[in-house]
Ligand binder design. Sequence first.
Ligand SMILES: [Zn+2]
Ligand SMILES: [Zn+2]
Ligand SMILES: [Zn+2]
Length: 380
Amino acid sequence: MRILYRLLKMADDTVKCYLECCKSSHPKLPLPHNVPVIIGRTPELGITDKLCSRSQLELTSNCYKRYVLVKRLGANTSQINGIDIEKNKSSRLEEGQDLHVVNGKFPHRVYFTGCQNDTKTEKAVVPKLPTKSTDLTKSDLSIKQPERKKLKVSENKSKVLNSKIKPQEKFSSESVYAFDSPSPMSSRCEKKAESNKRAPTHKHWSQGLKASMEDPELVVKEDEQIVVIKDKYPKAKYHWLILPKDSISSTKNLSTDNIELLKHILKVGQELAAEVKDKQPDVEFRFGYHAVASMSQMHMHVISQDFQSSSFKTKKHWNSFTTDYFVDATDIINELETGGKVKDRRTMTSLLNEPLKCHRCKKPQKNIPTLKKHIDSCQK
Ligand SMILES: [Zn+2]
Ligand SMILES: [Zn+2]
Ligand SMILES: [Zn+2]
């Protein structure tokens, strides 16, 4: 009882939570403990994008556990560290994680002031950040993640193969941590304290995927140019992402210089598929990119066409893999080879709202459960 009282008191007295705009478009927004705050297309956040609902997200902070529950109310998707937030479900947002208010745009973060450090805590060791390199590289990242099991990385692997594309931003150690399971409160406080000493920077460049690229649980294979990871939320029996090690935010930034890289990515994907097909010749695969990038590191999906997965839940999931929103890798390569750049597909987001239909026989489907039932038996 006393402890609870003390916790409550500490939360009330010392810990405050704020929503911070990574683009500095507006002042920080207080998120009082346990009080739902609605954000969206409002003058307060300076968001005018019509795809963003006026009540896009409901944020409820927990100041003593130092996280914010994010509930999506709007029709279009929002992301935490690049992962879509399901509608009407509460997802946990931790300090240092990126919250994109709609469709991968309008990055924000939450932070808590004050540390509950008066309890006995272990000191978390925050390594000094290397300053020499301006490349966004795996070795940079692994230096900053001492607790994490390191992947086999050699220094020279990290050379930038495509100097034309500059990393938009570098990461902070804080942000790369964020994708993992929450660190204990004490170390988070330490980290916050450490990061406060540095200039306030917003490193919200696709930490989600970048962190996944470092996650031994997810990494399937890698070479000098690319990393293959399992999709954290697979939408089919086999679903991988292949990401270049260089920072390329989206297919729209590609140039003819990248053709070889894209061909390599496709080849690696086809090899993965071939391994599966060796044992199960009937498994079909597609290799492609989403028309509009939802996460800020470009990635090619390697996805089997069974779509049997409990993570496949929404119409948007379905349409993003079965309409023209899913662009075959060969199309992207062709566009670069013939026109020197990739078509602008920004208007294609409307495809995500198309009525459901079977990807094989094109028969309309009432809802996700009937669709799932149908595709299990559809042979066409
Ligand atoms: Zn903002
Ligand atoms: Zn994707
Ligand atoms: Zn069918």
